[in-house]
Design a protein. Structure first.
Length: 236
């Protein structure tokens, strides 16, 4: 389902997304074009400062994010797990909604959410997945299979999706949800610093690469409305 970034500009205004991405990434200049050229870009230097100030500074990270996710999990009666990592320009976590074991098979339902450090944007999506655990004395390993990605508040994800959305908007004033279809759209010439990929997506630039490219999730069932959240972006 990979698509190129575009939208109905008469009805919606997604240009702020493009502009903030352009601010931090030199679109159209490959990372291998000249030694260190990306590191000379002012946006790259600004992005690095944001990472240091908001994530690498443990006190700030815990104050801004860890306390929020713990409170959210407590209020919803679900355990929160942090997924923020040092080079992705966002805070991220997930709530474990359900979990069951059947032999060496583990089935789980998770609600993932991220808040960008680059602009006033956030994302939410659910995942249903299966993990198979193989106990090999020489090399134990697991195989993970994502069965569904839930892209809007539907069915058994609805209550938690809507609650997380509301709590994020309360905590991060003025932030807007990026619709799944827009987040998964690709920008030609966009290369994200911490990923070895060409033509990255909006989600990769603003949040992380957890969802991957559309062609990587072609066999995964997408449940819900991929355009959920478009109302936040309507032209006045």
């Amino acid at each position: 389902m990979t698509n190129t970034f575009s939208f109905d500009s008469e009805a919606y205004d997604f240009w702020p997304l493009y502009h903030v991405i352009q601010k931090y990434y030199p679109i159209g200049i490959p990372k291998n074009y000249g030694e260190g050229i990306h590191r000379e870009y002012e946006g790259y230097k600004a992005l690095e400062r944001l990472l240091v100030e908001n994530i690498h500074d443990e006190k700030t990270w815990k104050s801004n994010w860890v306390s929020f996710t713990k409170k959210l999990g407590s209020e919803l009666g679900k355990k929160a797990f942090g997924t923020t990592y040092g080079q992705a320009p966002s805070y991220s976590a997930y709530l474990l909604l359900d979990w069951e074991k059947d032999g060496n098979r583990f089935n789980s339902k998770e609600l993932h959410f991220s808040v960008s450090l680059l602009g006033n944007y956030f994302q939410i999506y659910g995942i249903e997945k299966t993990q198979l655990s193989y106990e090999d004395e020489a090399m134990p390993y697991q195989v993970e299979n994502v069965k569904e990605i839930i892209v809007s508040p539907v069915d058994d994800f609805k209550t938690y999706f809507e609650a997380a959305e509301e709590k994020i908007k309360e905590q991060f004033k003025g932030y807007r949800l990026v619709p799944f279809s827009i987040g998964q759209s690709m920008i030609n010439g966009l290369e994200v610093y911490h990923l070895d990929k060409e033509n990255c997506t909006v989600n990769m630039a603003l949040f992380n690469d957890f969802v991957g490219y559309g062609d990587q999730i072609v066999d995964v069932y997408l449940r819900g409305d991929q355009n959920y959240g478009m109302d936040y972006w309507k032209n006045n």
